[in-house]
Write a protein that binds this ligand. Sequence first.
Ligand SMILES: Cc1ncc(COP(=O)(O)O)c(C=O)c1O
Length: 278
Amino acid sequence: MHWCSVDRLMMPVAEATLPITDRGLMFGDGVFETLRVTRGLLPHWHHHWQRLESGLRSLKFPATHLPEEDQLKHDCRELIKKNNCEDGLLRLAITRGSGSLGYLPTHTGKSRHLITMRALPIAPKSPISLMQSSYCRPPQPAFPAGVKALSSINLVLAKMEAHEHQCFDAIMLNSRGFVSECSSGNFFWIKDHIIHTPALTSDCLPGITRKLVIEAASQLKIPLHEGNYPIEHVHAADAAFYTNTGFGILPVKQLHKKCFTEHAIISSLSEYYLNLLI
Ligand SMILES: Cc1ncc(COP(=O)(O)O)c(C=O)c1O
């Protein structure tokens, strides 16, 4: 996708630049969202907006520097049109902007809005393999809960480790030793026709797809438990799946030597989820 938007100005990606003093660049000081574009529209915008706004508040962005929802949505829509995009992914990043060079953001400069787009990732043709990561998710006192922060090095390292082991992704535990999530998606497993997923208290990101799957399970009357689970609980499961905005729902075939089977519940949830996008 050729065009991006920097502070409400559309320009070719190749010509876009960022001041070297931007705090997003210097400290990962900001938040982002990855949204699905379907038929040129932004389904689930409201959920993404809520997570973005609450992230900015958690990072103590001054109220006067919070973006306006309507304006931001308008800018996203204009960029979708400019890129002639029917289906793809849109990344919306808000940084604290430029100003003070130390950790303390003493400046009163404006936050910076960056919007980029890309094609949908190609979904794996068969169920994915996962490993257990040697990295754990930071506990909530070390990191504000539920924020999709620009500073994602913990996740970058976990994803690199997974690829080094020829795995699609890695399951990360939290600092208390409970299952949290994968580096780029939430994680669910099924045992005896009951779906399980780590509770938000497990230090996982409150994924939008996770939320939609939980709603789908409720609509389809499939029991779903959220909790703090040891990895042994996953090893005893019948089936498992991974979720994120880019891929939707991906069945898992393997976690190290543990093999999972295909499951009718995953097919029903996938069908329900795809219908939400239409
Ligand atoms: C760490 C992490 N957890 C979960 C998710 C899934 O979130 P969503 O469903 O909102 O895409 C992502 C998405 O990239 C992620 O990076």
